[in-house]
Write a protein that binds this ligand. Structure first.
Ligand code: UN1
Length: 494
């Protein structure tokens, strides 16, 4: 099946780097990494492409994204399957990821006719002042393994309609889905007919390749998704040359379950958000604050659901929990569970699953860990299906604890009490970029701006006015009078 899918996208296995599947550790194909010289060539080519693309009218640029969206629709199944093979997501989530790309394309096509600026009242007579948004330049997109194609699409679909060129460095764990996506983009370019060469390019490699992009002053915008550690290293490099970063880093997302919560809905939302994608979304539910009046009902019910979770090959339609990305992710989970135990945590689940069947696939039993308090381990993001559960008696205390972690991506409350719901999304409520009521923290729609505060990095991608980050703002003032009045009423008699 793998070979058929790779052939479908015209990907030839060649090179000295092995791309493996987390399903069983088997080789999927070989690729080669870019050298410093080839990265340099691609950056130069991107700068050239930008010069031509920025002058193409935005609605016409939108037409290219529309064609790309059509390619995605026509190839949804194959690309979704490749996501499953390469990232280990279950089939439903692989398809969902491609749907997210289609959705952002549709959004970007509409946006291509709405890249609007302002006309601002001028204090000078006979003057008109306006704000115009211009294309920014080549945009680098550094993406993570867990959403190997959708997060690139959030950035690229906007960047392309905004008049930018794109250079994509995918995670070294998921080069094939990037190459497949790039092949679909190339098909759209062919149908479009008149796009400049190298409008969208892929660079493959490790951290050094990312560094070359971060350092290069020809790239005004670097959008990076990954760990807080990565963002902490990358952002100063981009800032040192006055580039702009769009950062989407770690999350440590929580839910508060209040006494009035509809527990059946909460249980389903918790399970999807905590074990979906095997706990490897940046929006995964990691902390659960449960009111003492419902704790003894909810927590045993969750444990029961967890005990029956279908863990297995993500290609199997019945599977809900696929593998972790690799052995290092499994070890990270083990370490976190060991420290949580040391801090007084009571663990249900955890440990490796299906070892006999998949010696080189790292499947785990998702874990529920009842914690006496929000300890150091709970405040740390471990990219694995661990749900830390804490009991609360007072809503304000739960809210304070909710916000008392370094990350600020997504959050939610389950309640039927309007005061609690409003309190949660008010200025002094959740401090996250995403705040939901009676919805889990993951699975956001593309129409809203996506991202978060604090160690999550502050960037916003996808919907709303996130497009502005891919453009430069220009204030332009025109004098159509016969005089030369100065702003601030200054007299300067020459
Ligand atoms: C991520 O994990 O990096 O809201 C992105 C969600 C998805 C995107 C997650 N739409 O869970």
């Amino acid at each position: 099946m793998t070979n058929d899918i790779l052939a479908h996208f015209g990907i030839k296995s060649s090179g000295d780097v092995i791309a493996r599947s987390p399903i069983d550790g088997a080789e999927l194909a070989r690729v080669s990494y870019d050298s410093a010289a080839s990265v340099e060539k691609k950056i130069a080519a991107s700068a050239e492409a930008f010069k031509a693309w920025r002058d193409v009218p935005a609605p016409r640029r939108g037409e290219l994204v529309r064609l790309f969206g059509e390619e995605l629709r026509a190839n949804k199944e194959q690309l979704g399957k490749l996501v499953t093979l390469e990232a280990g997501k279950i089939v439903q989530e692989g398809l969902g990821e491609v749907q997210e790309m289609i959705d952002i394309c549709d959004f970007a096509v509409g946006l291509s006719r709405q890249l609007y600026g302002l006309t601002i009242a001028s204090e000078r007579p006979g003057h008109r002042m306006m704000e115009t948004w211009h294309p920014a330049g080549p945009v680098a997109v550094i993406s993570a393994f867990n959403f190997p194609v959708a997060v690139w699409a959030w950035n690229a679909a906007l960047a392309i309609v905004c008049g930018d060129s794109v250079i994509w460095k995918p995670s070294e764990k998921t080069p094939l889905t990037a190459l497949a996506t790039q092949a679909l983009f190339a098909r759209a370019v062919k149908k479009f007919g008149s796009a400049p060469a190298n409008l969208s390019q892929v660079v493959l490699g490790l951290r050094d390749v990312g560094e070359l992009l971060a350092k290069d002053a020809r790239i005004p915008v670097v959008s990076a998704t990954g760990s807080t550690r990565m963002g902490r290293e990358l952002a100063p490099v981009v800032a040192a040359r006055f580039g702009k970063s769009i950062l989407e880093l770690g999350g440590n997302n929580a839910m508060i379950v209040a006494p009035s919560a509809k527990l059946d809905l909460a249980q389903r939302a918790i399970t999807f958000a905590a074990v979906g994608t095997a706990g490897q979304r940046c929006t995964t539910l990691r902390r659960l604050f449960v009111h003492e009046s419902v704790y003894d009902k909810l927590v045993p019910a969750l444990k029961k659901i967890y005990a029956g979770l279908p863990i297995g090959n993500p290609l199997d339609a019945k599977t809900l929990v696929g593998p972790l990305i690799d052995e290092a992710a499994f070890e990270g989970m083990e370490r976190a569970l060991a420290s949580a135990r040391d801090e007084g945590g009571k663990i249900a689940g955890g440990g490796r699953a299906l070892e006999d069947k998949f010696a080189n696939g790292y499947y785990v039993h998702p874990a529920i860990v009842e914690m006496p308090e929000q300890s150091k381990t709970v405040c740390h993001e471990t990219f694995a299906p661990i749900l830390y559960v804490m009991k609360y008696s007072n809503f304000e205390d739960a809210l304070a604890k909710h916000n008392a972690v370094p990350q600020g991506l997504s959050s939610c409350v389950f309640t039927a009490d309007m005061q609690e719901a409003e309190r949660f999304i008010a200025a002094s409520g959740s401090d996250c970029g995403i705040a939901n009521v009676n919805i889990g923290p993951s699975g956001a729609e593309i129409g809203g701006a996506f991202g978060g505060e604090k160690e999550t990095g502050g960037g916003r991608e996808s919907g709303s006015d996130a497009w502005k980050a891919y453009m430069r703002r220009q204030t332009a003032t025109i004098n159509y009078s016969d005089a030369l009045p100065l702003a601030q009423g200054i007299e300067f008699a020459v």
